[in-house]
Write a protein that binds this ligand. Structure first.
Ligand SMILES: [Zn+2]
Length: 306
Protein backbone atom coordinates (compact mmCIF):
# COMPACT_ATOMS: atom_id res chain seq x y z
CA UNK A 1 0.00 0.00 0.00
CA UNK A 2 1.33 3.40 -0.88
CA UNK A 3 1.42 6.21 1.66
CA UNK A 4 -0.96 9.11 1.27
CA UNK A 5 0.11 12.26 -0.54
CA UNK A 6 -3.29 13.92 -0.19
CA UNK A 7 -2.14 16.79 1.97
CA UNK A 8 -4.24 19.93 1.71
CA UNK A 9 -1.90 22.51 0.21
CA UNK A 10 -2.07 26.10 -0.88
CA UNK A 11 0.24 28.09 -3.15
CA UNK A 12 -0.07 31.32 -1.25
CA UNK A 13 2.58 33.21 -3.17
CA UNK A 14 4.39 32.43 -6.41
CA UNK A 15 6.29 29.14 -6.02
CA UNK A 16 5.56 29.24 -2.29
CA UNK A 17 3.43 26.47 -0.77
CA UNK A 18 1.98 25.70 2.61
CA UNK A 19 1.41 21.97 2.97
CA UNK A 20 -0.95 21.01 5.78
CA UNK A 21 -0.09 17.75 7.47
CA UNK A 22 -3.70 17.05 8.37
CA UNK A 23 -3.97 19.70 11.10
CA UNK A 24 -0.84 18.43 12.88
CA UNK A 25 1.70 20.83 11.41
CA UNK A 26 2.43 23.03 8.44
CA UNK A 27 5.31 22.38 6.06
CA UNK A 28 6.52 25.07 3.65
CA UNK A 29 7.99 24.59 0.19
CA UNK A 30 9.82 27.45 -1.53
CA UNK A 31 10.81 26.76 -5.12
CA UNK A 32 13.59 28.70 -6.82
CA UNK A 33 15.03 28.53 -10.32
CA UNK A 34 17.58 25.89 -9.34
CA UNK A 35 16.63 24.44 -5.96
CA UNK A 36 13.72 24.16 -3.57
CA UNK A 37 13.74 24.64 0.19
CA UNK A 38 11.47 22.53 2.37
CA UNK A 39 10.93 23.90 5.85
CA UNK A 40 9.88 21.28 8.42
CA UNK A 41 8.77 17.68 8.09
CA UNK A 42 5.58 17.37 10.16
CA UNK A 43 4.63 14.53 12.50
CA UNK A 44 5.47 11.92 9.87
CA UNK A 45 2.09 11.08 8.30
CA UNK A 46 2.14 9.93 4.69
CA UNK A 47 4.63 10.45 1.89
CA UNK A 48 5.79 14.03 2.29
CA UNK A 49 8.64 13.61 -0.14
CA UNK A 50 6.27 12.19 -2.75
CA UNK A 51 3.97 15.17 -2.34
CA UNK A 52 6.89 17.59 -2.65
CA UNK A 53 8.05 15.83 -5.81
CA UNK A 54 4.61 16.40 -7.33
CA UNK A 55 5.18 20.14 -6.86
CA UNK A 56 8.78 20.42 -8.01
CA UNK A 57 11.41 18.41 -9.83
CA UNK A 58 14.20 20.62 -8.45
CA UNK A 59 16.61 19.21 -5.86
CA UNK A 60 15.24 19.85 -2.38
CA UNK A 61 17.15 21.22 0.61
CA UNK A 62 15.46 20.48 3.95
CA UNK A 63 15.64 22.79 6.96
CA UNK A 64 13.92 22.14 10.29
CA UNK A 65 12.66 25.15 12.24
CA UNK A 66 13.32 23.26 15.47
CA UNK A 67 13.64 19.76 16.89
CA UNK A 68 10.10 19.11 18.10
CA UNK A 69 8.18 15.91 17.37
CA UNK A 70 5.75 17.61 14.97
CA UNK A 71 8.45 19.18 12.82
CA UNK A 72 10.89 16.30 12.38
CA UNK A 73 8.51 13.37 11.69
CA UNK A 74 9.28 12.69 8.04
CA UNK A 75 12.85 13.96 8.06
CA UNK A 76 14.21 10.50 7.30
CA UNK A 77 12.60 10.68 3.87
CA UNK A 78 15.47 13.03 3.00
CA UNK A 79 19.19 12.38 2.97
CA UNK A 80 20.20 15.62 4.68
CA UNK A 81 18.50 18.12 6.99
CA UNK A 82 19.62 21.41 8.52
CA UNK A 83 18.90 21.87 12.23
CA UNK A 84 20.29 24.23 14.85
CA UNK A 85 22.93 22.51 17.03
CA UNK A 86 21.00 23.36 20.23
CA UNK A 87 18.08 21.21 19.01
CA UNK A 88 20.10 18.31 17.64
CA UNK A 89 19.81 16.07 20.70
CA UNK A 90 16.36 14.81 19.69
CA UNK A 91 15.30 11.56 18.08
CA UNK A 92 14.48 11.95 14.39
CA UNK A 93 11.69 11.06 14.43
CA UNK A 94 10.42 10.71 17.99
CA UNK A 95 8.77 7.41 18.96
CA UNK A 96 5.80 6.11 16.98
CA UNK A 97 3.79 5.91 20.21
CA UNK A 98 4.38 9.58 21.01
CA UNK A 99 3.58 10.71 17.47
CA UNK A 100 0.48 8.52 17.28
CA UNK A 101 -0.82 9.92 20.56
CA UNK A 102 -0.41 13.48 19.31
CA UNK A 103 -1.98 12.73 15.92
CA UNK A 104 -5.05 11.13 17.54
CA UNK A 105 -5.35 13.97 20.00
CA UNK A 106 -5.17 16.61 17.27
CA UNK A 107 -7.71 14.78 15.10
CA UNK A 108 -10.13 14.60 18.01
CA UNK A 109 -9.59 18.26 18.79
CA UNK A 110 -10.19 19.34 15.20
CA UNK A 111 -12.89 16.94 14.03
CA UNK A 112 -14.87 15.85 17.05
CA UNK A 113 -17.00 18.97 16.71
CA UNK A 114 -19.22 17.03 14.28
CA UNK A 115 -20.03 14.63 17.08
CA UNK A 116 -18.59 11.49 15.56
CA UNK A 117 -15.28 9.71 15.79
CA UNK A 118 -13.03 11.22 13.20
CA UNK A 119 -12.41 7.89 11.54
CA UNK A 120 -16.09 7.14 10.95
CA UNK A 121 -16.33 9.17 7.76
CA UNK A 122 -12.67 9.22 6.75
CA UNK A 123 -12.44 12.91 7.45
CA UNK A 124 -8.73 12.78 6.81
CA UNK A 125 -7.34 11.00 3.73
CA UNK A 126 -4.93 8.86 5.72
CA UNK A 127 -4.98 5.60 7.62
CA UNK A 128 -3.18 6.09 10.91
CA UNK A 129 -2.13 2.43 10.97
CA UNK A 130 -0.48 2.70 7.56
CA UNK A 131 0.48 6.31 7.05
CA UNK A 132 2.08 6.91 10.42
CA UNK A 133 4.95 4.48 10.65
CA UNK A 134 8.29 3.55 12.10
CA UNK A 135 10.84 4.86 9.64
CA UNK A 136 12.73 2.31 7.59
CA UNK A 137 15.15 4.89 6.24
CA UNK A 138 18.51 5.66 7.90
CA UNK A 139 19.14 8.87 9.85
CA UNK A 140 19.71 11.81 7.55
CA UNK A 141 22.94 13.74 7.70
CA UNK A 142 22.27 16.63 10.08
CA UNK A 143 23.97 19.90 9.18
CA UNK A 144 24.40 22.81 11.58
CA UNK A 145 21.87 25.58 10.96
CA UNK A 146 22.98 28.85 12.48
CA UNK A 147 22.06 32.51 12.46
CA UNK A 148 22.51 34.09 9.05
CA UNK A 149 22.63 30.84 7.09
CA UNK A 150 21.54 31.56 3.53
CA UNK A 151 19.89 29.16 1.12
CA UNK A 152 20.33 30.32 -2.48
CA UNK A 153 17.52 28.76 -4.50
CA UNK A 154 18.59 30.37 -7.78
CA UNK A 155 17.03 33.16 -9.84
CA UNK A 156 17.70 35.66 -7.06
CA UNK A 157 15.65 33.82 -4.46
CA UNK A 158 17.72 33.69 -1.28
CA UNK A 159 16.23 32.57 2.03
CA UNK A 160 18.01 33.57 5.24
CA UNK A 161 17.63 31.72 8.53
CA UNK A 162 17.71 33.57 11.85
CA UNK A 163 17.91 32.29 15.40
CA UNK A 164 14.87 33.04 17.54
CA UNK A 165 15.37 31.03 20.74
CA UNK A 166 12.57 30.61 23.25
CA UNK A 167 10.18 27.90 22.10
CA UNK A 168 13.30 25.78 21.89
CA UNK A 169 16.91 26.84 22.31
CA UNK A 170 17.52 26.17 18.61
CA UNK A 171 14.32 27.65 17.17
CA UNK A 172 14.87 29.25 13.74
CA UNK A 173 12.85 31.50 11.45
CA UNK A 174 13.29 31.95 7.70
CA UNK A 175 13.07 35.18 5.72
CA UNK A 176 12.37 34.92 2.00
CA UNK A 177 13.11 38.38 0.69
CA UNK A 178 11.81 37.62 -2.83
CA UNK A 179 8.22 37.01 -1.67
CA UNK A 180 8.61 39.09 1.52
CA UNK A 181 7.57 36.11 3.65
CA UNK A 182 8.67 35.24 7.18
CA UNK A 183 8.29 31.56 8.01
CA UNK A 184 8.46 31.41 11.76
CA UNK A 185 8.29 27.77 12.87
CA UNK A 186 6.92 27.84 16.41
CA UNK A 187 8.66 31.10 17.35
CA UNK A 188 5.45 33.12 16.94
CA UNK A 189 1.86 32.03 17.58
CA UNK A 190 -1.23 32.98 19.53
CA UNK A 191 -0.64 30.05 21.91
CA UNK A 192 3.10 30.29 22.27
CA UNK A 193 5.21 28.24 24.63
CA UNK A 194 8.63 29.64 25.48
CA UNK A 195 11.10 29.06 28.29
CA UNK A 196 14.01 27.19 26.70
CA UNK A 197 16.12 30.30 27.28
CA UNK A 198 15.50 33.33 29.56
CA UNK A 199 12.48 35.40 28.52
CA UNK A 200 14.86 38.35 28.17
CA UNK A 201 16.77 36.48 25.44
CA UNK A 202 13.53 35.61 23.63
CA UNK A 203 12.41 39.22 23.88
CA UNK A 204 15.57 40.42 22.14
CA UNK A 205 15.13 37.86 19.35
CA UNK A 206 11.46 38.76 18.85
CA UNK A 207 12.27 42.46 18.75
CA UNK A 208 14.76 41.74 16.00
CA UNK A 209 11.97 40.04 14.02
CA UNK A 210 9.83 43.12 14.56
CA UNK A 211 12.68 45.37 13.44
CA UNK A 212 12.88 43.30 10.24
CA UNK A 213 9.20 44.09 9.62
CA UNK A 214 9.99 46.23 6.59
CA UNK A 215 11.31 43.14 4.82
CA UNK A 216 8.22 40.92 5.04
CA UNK A 217 4.46 41.28 4.58
CA UNK A 218 3.29 38.32 6.61
CA UNK A 219 4.35 35.84 9.29
CA UNK A 220 3.53 32.18 8.68
CA UNK A 221 4.07 29.91 11.65
CA UNK A 222 4.36 26.14 11.67
CA UNK A 223 0.69 25.47 12.47
CA UNK A 224 -2.51 26.98 11.12
CA UNK A 225 -4.63 26.67 14.25
CA UNK A 226 -5.12 30.41 14.54
CA UNK A 227 -5.03 31.39 10.89
CA UNK A 228 -6.39 29.98 7.64
CA UNK A 229 -4.20 27.71 5.54
CA UNK A 230 -2.10 29.96 3.32
CA UNK A 231 -2.96 33.13 5.26
CA UNK A 232 -0.54 34.87 7.61
CA UNK A 233 -0.97 35.46 11.32
CA UNK A 234 -2.84 38.66 12.14
CA UNK A 235 -0.72 41.72 12.78
CA UNK A 236 -1.35 41.84 16.54
CA UNK A 237 0.32 38.50 17.26
CA UNK A 238 4.02 39.42 17.37
CA UNK A 239 3.60 42.87 19.03
CA UNK A 240 1.44 41.34 21.76
CA UNK A 241 4.00 38.62 22.48
CA UNK A 242 6.68 41.30 22.69
CA UNK A 243 4.49 43.34 25.07
CA UNK A 244 3.98 40.33 27.30
CA UNK A 245 7.68 39.41 27.36
CA UNK A 246 8.61 42.99 28.06
CA UNK A 247 6.21 43.10 31.02
CA UNK A 248 7.53 39.80 32.36
CA UNK A 249 11.14 40.96 32.19
CA UNK A 250 10.13 44.23 33.88
CA UNK A 251 8.46 42.26 36.68
CA UNK A 252 4.96 43.56 35.95
CA UNK A 253 1.89 41.76 37.22
CA UNK A 254 -0.27 39.47 35.16
CA UNK A 255 -3.69 38.14 36.09
CA UNK A 256 -3.98 34.35 36.31
CA UNK A 257 -5.09 32.77 33.08
CA UNK A 258 -8.70 31.66 32.98
CA UNK A 259 -8.52 29.49 29.87
CA UNK A 260 -5.96 26.82 30.55
CA UNK A 261 -5.32 25.53 27.06
CA UNK A 262 -6.34 25.80 23.43
CA UNK A 263 -5.45 22.15 23.13
CA UNK A 264 -8.75 21.00 24.55
CA UNK A 265 -7.41 19.02 27.47
CA UNK A 266 -7.71 20.54 30.91
CA UNK A 267 -4.44 21.60 32.43
CA UNK A 268 -4.45 21.54 36.23
CA UNK A 269 -3.87 25.07 37.38
CA UNK A 270 -2.69 26.10 40.79
CA UNK A 271 -2.29 29.59 42.09
CA UNK A 272 1.32 30.59 42.18
CA UNK A 273 2.72 33.67 43.83
CA UNK A 274 6.19 34.79 43.01
CA UNK A 275 7.71 36.16 46.18
CA UNK A 276 10.13 38.43 44.36
CA UNK A 277 7.83 40.22 41.96
CA UNK A 278 4.49 39.74 43.70
CA UNK A 279 3.21 38.28 40.44
CA UNK A 280 0.30 35.88 40.62
CA UNK A 281 0.23 33.27 37.89
CA UNK A 282 -1.79 30.28 36.85
CA UNK A 283 0.82 27.57 37.03
CA UNK A 284 0.96 24.07 35.60
CA UNK A 285 3.99 21.99 36.33
CA UNK A 286 7.01 24.28 36.17
CA UNK A 287 5.33 26.52 33.67
CA UNK A 288 2.95 29.41 33.84
CA UNK A 289 0.24 30.51 31.41
CA UNK A 290 -0.82 34.11 30.98
CA UNK A 291 -2.83 35.94 28.35
CA UNK A 292 -3.23 39.35 26.83
CA UNK A 293 -5.66 40.18 24.04
CA UNK A 294 -5.87 37.09 21.83
CA UNK A 295 -2.45 35.82 22.85
CA UNK A 296 -1.64 33.06 25.30
CA UNK A 297 1.91 32.62 26.48
CA UNK A 298 3.38 29.90 28.64
CA UNK A 299 6.81 30.41 30.14
CA UNK A 300 9.10 29.39 32.97
CA UNK A 301 8.79 31.87 35.86
CA UNK A 302 12.23 30.83 37.10
CA UNK A 303 13.87 31.78 33.81
CA UNK A 304 12.97 35.42 33.18
CA UNK A 305 16.24 37.29 33.06
CA UNK A 306 19.64 36.49 31.62
ZN1 LIG B 1 7.41 23.18 18.68
Amino acid sequence: MSLTKLYPMVQFKKDTWEIDEFDCASVFLLIGAERALLIDCGMGIGDLRGAVEMLTDKPVTVALSHGHVDHTGNARQFEEVWLHPADQGVNIPESLEWRRGDVVHIAHRQKDCIGAPYTMFHLYPYDINEDLREPTEPMPVVRDLRDGQQFDLGGGRVVTAYECPGHTAGEMVFLDSQTRTLIAGDAVNYNLGIGAVPVETTLRALKRLQDMGGRYDGIYNGHHDFRALGAPLDDDCLPTIIDMCQALVAGERFAPCEVPSFWGQSVPLTRHEDAGSGNIFAKFGHRVLIHQGRNYLSFDPDNLRE
